[in-house]
Design a binder for this molecule. Structure first.
Ligand SMILES: [Zn+2]
Length: 107
């Protein structure tokens, strides 16, 4: 089974805010897709607020989140873009796929 990532993009008509609502799994393998959408949002509204909302995610891998944040910060330096606001659930959720793998590896 694969970890699936789904993103719903909500854009205000005046482009003042863009919200990326993420569901599914943010992992080391899936973060590049979310990074591409985040950078696209930044180019869409260079002066607006971009929010990446992970509170609806079923799985957030710390490594994937850290790689995403580092890449967004790097782009911020290069493009003089506005900071991206990350809304992250605490503690980071992990999905049944990870739990099943962990259970098998413990035996
Ligand atoms: Zn997952």
């Amino acid at each position: 089974m694969n970890h699936h990532l789904s993103v719903t993009v909500r854009v205000d008509l005046d482009l003042s805010t863009v919200r990326l609502a993420v569901t599914g799994c943010l992992t080391e393998d899936s973060y590049p897709s979310l990074l591409a959408l985040t950078l696209r949002a930044r180019s869409l509204t260079p002066s607006g607020q971009i929010t990446v909302d992970l509170t609806g995610s079923s799985h957030v891998e710390a490594t994937g989140l850290n790689l995403l944040r580092a890449a967004v910060d790097h782009d911020e330096d290069d493009s003089n873009g506005r900071p991206v606001l990350f809304v992250v659930p605490e503690p980071l959720p992990f999905c049944a796929i990870t739990g099943a793998v962990a259970t098998v590896s413990v035996r």
